[in-house]
Each structure stands twice: as structure tokens, then as C-alpha cells.
Design a protein around this ligand. Structure first.
Ligand code: DGJ
Length: 732
């Protein structure tokens, strides 16, 4: 490592995106540019690009360029949110870092005094070391541009001074040009997770804080700042995602100087991170996705996730989860009967939900006592597990490892393991409290209990639940905030279990949909999108959940006709047509289904199994139609040889026909046969457009991709709450 000031520009380019990192004159790295690809750049061009963005001082303003680094520094004159807030008992609170080393893919890339050098990185990982000797702090910033053009960065701050340094806040920020003035992020609540909200960005901050100790059903998930009116295919968008499953923040900021940023980081509770001499804090990854339209933004996330070596394939097994079928009624005969019915339909994975352990006959007691209940299961889980395996299904089991009912053996034995701020318990939620994985003995107890179950039974899948927010989540005996440690311990626990049981898959559930972020997904294999399985709600939730994650990571079930969360009644065709665009499951008491329903359900399962490579592995396009009337999307094979589209009628429009619906994203020059896809019952109220029968009964038509995208074809009419699917096959 050279200890002189670093002096380089790094140009990263991938998949239509350029990011120019300015580390000249030893200043902290700043994104001098992040947006559409600029093509190859010479040193003089990059230098001009950097200077071309310098701020111009007006009367009463800072006379130097106000430079917004990835970790914005107050000393430069930046009066927006600083990258680091903290102090050593009131000193060292405004650090001024000097970058002293730059590495590109691990190789030294720093140059010293004189003219900055240019490093062409392409797809690369850049690390920058920086120090502030008088503040007693050092910093490593890591910036990566992935092959799919997704940007991500992370900071590690180390206390190199003698006294403790209390870190109050650490955020990273990406600059966004002034043309972007509209914010779109997600909100939500239990049973209605990830609903979009939009507003203009005015001077000040748009801040989305998560203080729930988990990602949360209301998490911003992806915060976009774009040109006004941007949609799925239109508008320029700069978006960020904070990959963290504990308290966290996303924000967009517009400063009076005209600077704009989007950023995020972990939200630290008072005194939560106090670094002793030599100790470090590592921030979550802040992901950045630039795109023309929301689909391109989403596709960068999808491509990144799909490129990971451990990413689940598209052969996601059809799952039966027994929760809405039996709830806490663990009757072996009933569960065996369900297993038989599931296997007969082609189900490939069977998941036993809450209620198998301790005194957990309802949600009042037993949580935390992770041994099989002899009362409910006199022969252990063996009779069920064995039968499920005989039926050639994988067995999955529910856990909620971070939680405890006060009425449990473990809470009685170790009241000090309950997270609390002092001598009072946090307000209850679902009759439960949080068990403190930050306490080594408690962590070991939970880990060993889960391992004992995994060792005894052939379990391929865990459904990992987390049903309450962390309120007053302090750690005994002092009551100091423990959310940061709890989040890290949760990650460690999952990692340990997976290391001990290679191939074990884990679902991130959390009340359904309250732990959906890219850090939990580094170690889990799908999310349970929501406890609400009502397809009318789900079409919206799937639409926006896929803004971050691809369909194969999204648990989507077919439930009973009457939704348990909304009371609405829906035909099986709509329930199934919604669920097949995710990782398909069944959550329905099949003993109550009619023979006709079972036959139709079997048809949908067969359809999913036959088409899952495309359904779960294709590129997603979402259409801007009229979301109050039609929610439309499609999946296209990466080679554009085929596609499946869905047009779901979700409301009644003020006009009788929505006219032609477009099929975007195909190869414009190739010709495709478009046919209506019928699996089970025809959607009710179907009015058939003329083109369906043009080339023979329901044989559809052939048009090229350009015509399908630009002109489209007349929509079929249906009653609301029904979907029409189409298949498109390239013809030679
Ligand atoms: C919440 C989950 O989302 C449900 O699917 C179910 O597992 C219950 N918890 C069990 O308590």
C-alpha cells in the first residue's frame, strides 16, 4: 500500500451502464458519472467530464467545488446528509479522509502525485483505502459494477484512535442528475406488502426509515428517482436498494445547491455501535440500478441474482404448505391424507408449518421450545416424514428461530434471553418476544436445537418465520440496543445451518413478506411474498416484488376459493393464473376440494411443471396499461423464441374495451404465433376477439415482434378478477 494520496479515475462499464469514479488528488471516491454507457473514454475526456460537473460558487456560497463523495463529507461544504455521523465524545465528528490506495480486482491501481491516471475497469471491483489520521479513522470503500450493470458499494470504517468512537450513522450516496424529480418507492403492511407510492422530490429529504428490526412489510425495497412520469418501459431512473434485514434507511435528497443523491445504509440505534480501538464497522451493501424504465432497473437486479453460483434453478418444486389447510390442527391422519392428495396432483415438496413443537397448540405458548411435541406427535415426525419421502416429495419444516413465547420452557429458564431495554418487557406482539441471538449461549441453544431436528429427520427445506417487529430490543444485562447484533447473528445462524447441511433450502417468511432484501437472499432461497393469497391482491404484490427479485424467488400459492385474509371468492383459473408466475405452491385443504377442482388444479400443476423454465427463467416485462383495469405482464425466453403473457382484469374500466394490448420485448424481426393459452376453466364472461380464430379455432395469428409490440391485438373481455394468458412461439 502506497501511503501517498491516490490519484486515479476509474471507468467501469457494463451492459449499457457507465460509472466514472473520481479518486483524484487523494479525495474520497465520488461518482463523477453514473448512467447510460458513454463508450470508451480517454484520460482527457474523463478529466473534462469530472471538471464539467464542478459546482459554480455564487455569492454567499462555498468557494470550492462541493464534491459529493460516495460517503459524502461535510468538510467539502456539503450540507446534505453526511456519510459518517459519529464522534469520539464530541471530537472527530467531521472527518476529512485522504484516499491512499486503490485496488482494481485486488491489484494495486493507485498512482501518486501529478496528473491522475485512467484505469479502465469494465466489470470490476474497486477498493479504496482512506485515512484521517487526526480523527483516528480509516475507511475502505468497495465499489463494484456487475456484469449486468448493477452498481453496489460498501464501507468499512475502523477506529484507529485510542478512545472509543461512537458511530451514529453511516450512509452511502449516489448522485442523480437534476432531470430526475420524481420518487417512487414501496410501502405496505401485513397482508398487503410492497405497494407503490410516488411523489415529487423537492428540496429536502425523502427518507424511508425501517425501525422494525426486520426489513418490514412497509420497506421502501427499491427507492427510485426518475424523470417525471417514468413507467415500466419509459423514463430515466436511478434506483437504490439497501441490502439489510435489520433497521435501515433509504433516502433521496435534493439540496439548495442543486445536488441530488439517492442513498441508504443501516439505521443505528443510540449507542448501538461503539468502536473500541482497532474495531471496525461494515455497512450493508448499497445497490444502485440505472435503467430506462422500471423493467430495466428490475432486470439488473434479476440478472445479478441469477448470476450467483448458488442461485436456485428454475426447476422450483411445486410445494404444498399445510398452514391454511390445517393451521394448528396437527392430526397425523389428516396430514397423511393431505400428503397423498398432494402427491397425486404432482406436488414435489411438502411443508409442515407452525405447531409441531413444545406446547405450541396455538400461538399462545411453546415458541422457542424446539423439540417435537410428544403430545401432538407421539412417534415424532417420523410417520409423516417417512410417508412424504415414500411419496417422493421433499419434506420441509417451519421454524421461527428468533422468537419466543413468554409461556415457554426456554423463556422460563432464561428470562434474560428475551430482548428488552431493562427491567420491563417490550409490548407483546402475537404473544411473543424476541430471543437474543446476540447472547452466545442463547445462540448455541437455538442452533443446536435446529441442528438436532435436521440431524434426525430428512429435511430439505426450512420455512423461516419471524412474526414480530423488534421493539425495545435491548440486550441484557445493560439493555443496550441489540438490533445490529441480532441481525448479524441471524445471518450467522443461517450460514452455519447451511454449512452443516449443504443443499438445505430456506424460505425467508417473516409474517409473509416482511423480510425481502438482497442480504437475506444471499443465504435464503425464496421469500414468502405475503400471508395474503387472494389473487387480486397478489397480482399487485407480485408486480412490485419483482421490482427487486426474479419470479423464481417469489413463493406464490394457490389457496382455497375463499381467501382467508380478505374473504373474497375467486375462481381457480384466476388463483392459478396468478400463482404460476412465481414459485408455485398449494395452500388449501385438498380434502375439501371437489373432484372438478382437483382435476383442474392437477392441470395447472402439470402446466407449471412443463413451463417453469420459461415462467421462472425468462425476462420479465410489465405493461403500462391501466392498472385499475388490467394488470399485464409477460415472461420472454432469453433467446426470444417464446413467451407467455398474462392480462389480468382487476377492475371495470369506464370504456367497454381496452382496445389492442401490446406484447413488448420480442425480437422485432421474428414472427410469432400468438395463441390463447387455456389450462383449466375458461375465464368467466369471456368475449372472444376475432383474431383468436383467424387461423382456425383458437389458433390465433402470426405477426412479427415489431407489430406485436407497436400495434398489439385486441384484448379479450372477461369478468373482473380473471386472467387471460397467451403463448407466443417464434415461427420459422
Ligand atoms: C406467518 C406465516 O406467514 C404463515 O405462513 C404461517 O407460517 C404462520 N406465520 C405460522 O405461525
Amino acid at each position: 500500500m502506497v501511503n501517498a494520496a491516490a490519484n486515479v479515475y476509474v471507468v467501469l462499464r457494463a451492459e449499457g451502464v457507465s460509472a466514472v469514479l473520481d479518486v483524484a488528488d487523494g479525495r474520497l471516491p465520488a461518482l463523477a458519472y453514473w448512467g447510460p454507457d458513454l463508450g470508451p473514454q480517454s484520460l482527457s475526456e474523463v478529466a473534462a467530464l469530472v471538471v464539467g460537473g464542478y459546482t459554480q460558487a455564487e455569492n454567499n456560497q462555498i468557494s470550492a467545488d462541493i464534491r459529493v463523495a460516495l460517503l459524502p463529507e461535510h468538510w467539502t461544504g456539503w450540507v446534505g446528509r453526511p456519510g459518517v455521523s459519529g464522534s469520539r465524545a464530541g471530537t472527530a465528528w467531521s472527518p476529512r479522509f485522504t484516499s491512499v490506495a486503490v485496488r482494481l480486482d485486488g491489484e494495486d491501481a493507485a498512482s501518486s502525485a501529478g496528473i491522475p491516471t485512467l484505469v479502465e475497469g469494465g466489470i470490476a471491483v474497486v477498493e479504496v483505502d482512506a485515512v484521517d489520521e487526526s480523527a483516528g479513522l480509516s475507511l475502505t470503500l468497495t465499489v463494484e459494477l456487475t456484469a449486468g450493470g448493477l452498481l453496489r458499494s460498501q464501507a468499512q470504517l475502523t477506529n484507529t484512535g485510542g478512545e472509543d468512537y461512537q458511530l451514529d450513522d453511516l450512509v452511502l450516496a449516489y448522485p442523480v442528475p437534476a432531470v430526475a424529480r420524481e420518487v417512487l418507492d414501496l410501502a405496505g403492511r401485513w397482508g398487503k406488502e410492497r405497494t407503490p407510492q410516488r411523489q415529487p422530490l423537492n428540496v429536502g429529504q425523502h427518507v424511508r426509515e425501517g425501525r422494525k428490526g426486520r426489513t418490514g412489510p412497509d420497506a421502501a425495497t427499491v427507492l427510485h428517482l426518475g424523470t417525471p412520469g417514468f413507467g415500466f418501459a419509459e423514463g430515466e431512473i436511478w434506483a437504490v436498494h439497501t441490502a439489510w434485514s435489520g433497521n435501515h434507511t433509504h433516502y433521496a435528497e435534493r439540496v439548495f445547491t442543486g445536488h441530488q443523491v439517492v442513498g441508504g445504509g443501516e439505521l443505528l440505534l443510540p449507542g448501538e455501535v461503539r468502536l473500541a480501538a482497532g474495531e471496525s464497522y461494515t455497512s450493508p451493501w448499497l445497490y444502485g440500478s440505472y435503467g430506462h424504465g422500471l423493467d430495466e432497473v428490475a432486470r439488473r437486479f434479476h440478472r445479478y441474482l441469477r448470476s450467483r453460483p448458488h442461485h436456485p434453478g428454475t426447476d422450483r418444486p411445486v410445494t404444498l404448505n399445510v398452514w391454511e389447510a390445517v393451521y394448528f390442527d396437527h392430526d397425523l391422519d389428516r396430514l397423511l391424507d393431505l400428503a397423498q392428495r398432494a402427491a397425486d396432483l404432482g406436488v414435489e415438496r411438502y411443508v409442515l408449518d407452525d405447531g409441531w413443537f413444545g406446547a405450541r397448540r396455538n400461538d399462545l405458548a411453546g415458541l422457542g421450545d424446539w423439540t417435537v411435541s410428544p403430545e401432538a406427535w407421539p412417534d415424532g415426525l417420523h410417520p409423516l416424514v417417512d410417508r412424504v419421502r415414500e411419496l417422493e416429495m421433499q419434506f420441509g419444516l417451519w421454524f421461527e428461530p428468533e422468537m419466543v413465547n413468554p409461556d415457554s420452557d426456554v423463556a422460563r429458564a432464561h428470562p434474560e434471553w428475551i430482548m428488552a431495554t431493562g427491567d420491563r418487557l417490550p409490548v407483546e406482539s402475537r404473544h411473543q418476544q424476541v430471543i437474543n441471538l446476540g447472547i452466545p449461549e442463547c445462540y448455541a441453544y437455538i442452533r443446536d436445537a435446529i441442528l438436532a431436528i435436521l440431524d434426525e429427520y430428512a429435511i430439505g427445506y426450512l420455512k423461516w418465520d419471524h412474526n414480530r417487529d423488534l421493539i425495545d430490543a435491548g440486550t441484557a444485562p445493560t439493555g443496550r440496543p441489540g438490533v445490529h447484533e441480532q441481525t448479524q447473528a441471524f445471518y450467522r445462524l443461517v450460514d452455519e445451518l447451511k454449512a452443516a447441511h449443504p443443499g438445505l433450502e430456506i424460505e425467508s417468511c417473516s409474517s409473509g413478506g416482511a423480510r425481502v432484501d438482497l442480504e437475506v437472499l444471499q443465504r435464503t432461497d425464496r421469500v414468502w411474498v405475503s400471508d395474503c393469497i387472494d389473487p387480486l391482491e397478489r397480482v399487485g404484490m407480485h408486480r412490485w416484488t419483482t421490482q427487486l427479485i426474479p419470479p423464481e424467488l417469489m413463493g406464490a400459492h394457490i389457496a382455497s376459493g375463499r381467501s382467508h385474509t380478505t374473504g373474497r371468492v375467486h375462481d381457480l383459473s384466476f388463483r392459478a393464473a396468478t400463482a404460476v408466475f412465481g414459485h408455485l405452491g398449494i395452500e388449501w385443504d385438498l380434502a375439501r376440494a371437489t373432484a372438478e377442482e382437483l382435476a383442474e388444479l392437477g392441470g395447472w400443476i402439470a402446466f407449471y411443471r412443463e413451463h417453469r423454465t420459461l415462467l421462472l427463467g425468462g425476462d420479465l416485462v410489465r405493461l403500462d396499461v391501466d392498472d385499475d383495469a388490467v394488470v399485464a405482464h409477460g415472461v420472454l425466453a432469453p433467446d426470444r423464441s417464446q413467451a407467455i403473457f398474462s392480462f389480468a382484469s382487476v377492475g371495470r374500466s369506464e370504456v367497454a374495451s381496452l382496445g389492442r394490448l401490446r406484447f413488448p420485448g420480442l425480437d422485432p424481426a421474428r414472427r410469432y404465433r400468438v395463441t390463447p393459452l387455456r389450462v383449466g376453466e375458461e375465464p368467466s364472461g369471456l368475449t372472444v376477439p376475432a383474431w383468436w380464430d383467424l387461423d382456425g379455432p383458437r389458433a390465433g395469428v402470426v405477426l412479427n415482434g415489431a407489430a406485436l409490440a407497436a400495434a398489439g391485438l385486441t384484448a379479450a373481455g372477461t369478468h373482473p378478477d380473471h386472467a387471460v394468458l397467451y403463448r407466443l412461439d417464434a415461427v420459422s
